[in-house]
Write a protein that binds this ligand. Structure first.
Ligand code: FES
Length: 174
């Protein structure tokens, strides 16, 4: 009697262990089938726009490319021409320049001079203003704007919004 109840106990214990093992291995299998978080997010970069300071250039990354983010000052916003305004990305009432930080001449990375509020490309001398528009040759056009979508206080790079589509249609960016 004692033996049979012991066998019963052992059987249940083994059963429980085997059950836990089966659940654990199923979980492990599911995890290995699921894409990694980095793969899920591939192609998209989310920027929290609340962290940027006025006239301080920050270089982010999207699909391996440098992305220049510049929060515009009140003076920049007030003095902007229609062409400069057309490049604006407005988030929560704040105005930003968000562009691919590669010279449109041959792809060097221009430097920002905050006191001059403009960019200079050291390779062949092209210049850009604080809106990212070209002001001196040989660059053929302003900085290109990456696909973007504004969501609350965030900007998702890699998502195509109607604002971005309109910019492309109007020739603001390639
Ligand atoms: Fe910038 Fe030529 S690559 S001016």
């Amino acid at each position: 009697m004692k033996n049979s109840s012991r066998r019963g106990f052992m059987g249940k214990a083994f059963g429980a262990v085997a059950g836990v093992g089966a659940v654990a291995s199923l979980y492990a299998m599911k995890r290995s089938w699921d894409p990694l978080p980095s793969v899920k997010a591939a192609g998209f970069t989310t920027l929290d726009m609340s962290v940027y300071e006025e006239n301080v250039l920050v270089t982010e990354k999207w699909r391996g490319k440098p992305i220049f983010v510049l929060k515009k000052t009140k003076k920049m916003v007030e003095s902007a021409t229609e062409k400069q305004k057309s490049r604006d990305i407005v988030v929560n009432g704040e105005h930003f320049m968000i562009v691919i930080g590669l010279c449109t001449h041959l792809g060097c990375i221009p430097a920002y001079n905050s006191s001059k509020e403009g960019f200079l490309c050291a390779c062949h001398g092209a210049q850009y203003d604080w809106s990212g528009d070209v002001t001196a040759l040989p660059a053929p056009r302003g900085f290109d704007i990456p696909p973007f979508k504004v969501e609350g206080t965030k900007v998702i790079l890699g998502e195509v919004s109607s604002e971005y589509t309109e910019m492309k249609a109007n020739g603001v960016t390639l």
